[in-house]
Design a protein around this ligand. Structure first.
Ligand code: C5P
Length: 237
């Protein structure tokens, strides 16, 4: 079950990251380093997590020309990250070049395509993308297929679309799901829009849950993580 929970280390300093790593030791095995911690601390943050014997998901959502992204993927692979995100909006060639660049490496990170951020909704498609005529759900499904056909190992999608992606993309395609919030009526959604509970996300077919604030901002991050794992265990038996 511990391989199904990824905690987002959305903090600014190595001290805060160390405190969370120590507090969650033995409970959480995979930590996500996103643009906040990476911009503040760089590769040192990755080394810190690896030195503690944990897995790293480097979530920088690469989105650039194919050669730049391929080189960034190689560097991330050399830093021994275990999961790495690319933005599907970067296009087929960008994703395919990343896959082929890492193909011959003995050990390489799993490549995950970001579909639509869980903070976005139908109004976003309308306002920013000038509407493609597709709903968020259709767009996410399309992008997940796109990622799979380019050879990525999986995708990141909200709990609301996981079931449909699982059905279409099959059992082997990894699905990581942020936008997780507890059933507690006092839970804040913050900037997440398309959310669900840990139990529901797993029931819908998510392989791993990505959880940040409900754990790292809890009074006791360890207790919060244990509570979430307990809820997750009710699904797997
Ligand atoms: O604090 P919270 O649980 O909302 O954190 C979710 C984490 O997942 C954040 O680090 C955020 O950057 C990341 N994420 C997301 N939606 C995506 C991809 C990543 O919320 N589509």
């Amino acid at each position: 079950m511990k391989d199904k929970l990824i905690v987002a280390l959305d903090v600014a300093t190595l001290q805060e990251a160390t405190r969370l790593l120590e507090e969650l030791n033995g409970v959480v095995q995979i930590f996500k380093i996103g643009s906040f911690l990476f911009t503040a601390q760089g590769p040192q943050a990755i080394r810190l997590v690896k030195e503690k014997g944990k897995k790293v998901f480097l979530d920088l959502k690469f989105h650039d020309i194919p050669s730049t992204v391929a080189r960034a993927c190689e560097v991330a692979s050399d830093l021994e990250v275990d999961f790495l995100s690319l933005h599907t909006f970067g296009g087929f060639e960008m994703m395919e070049t990343a896959v082929s660049t890492l193909y011959l490496k003995e050990k390489r990170p799993k490549l995950l395509g970001v579909t639509l951020l869980t903070s976005l909704d139908d109004a976003f498609l309308q306002d920013v993308m000038g509407t493609s005529g597709r709903s968020v759900r259709q767009e996410v499904l399309h992008l997940a297929h796109f990622a799979q056909s380019a050879g990525l190992d999986g995708a990141i999608a909200s709990p609301e679309e996981v079931e449909a992606i699982r059905r279409d993309c099959g059992k082997e395609f990894l699905l990581l799901t942020p936008g997780i919030r507890l059933a507690d009526p006092f839970t804040k959604k913050e900037d997440q829009v398309r959310t669900t509970t840990p139990r529901e996300a797993l029931l819908r077919g998510a392989d791993c849950l990505i959880i940040g604030r409900p754990i790292i901002q809890a009074k006791s991050p360890r207790e919060a993580a244990e509570e979430i794992l307990k809820e997750m265990e009710t699904v797997i038996q």
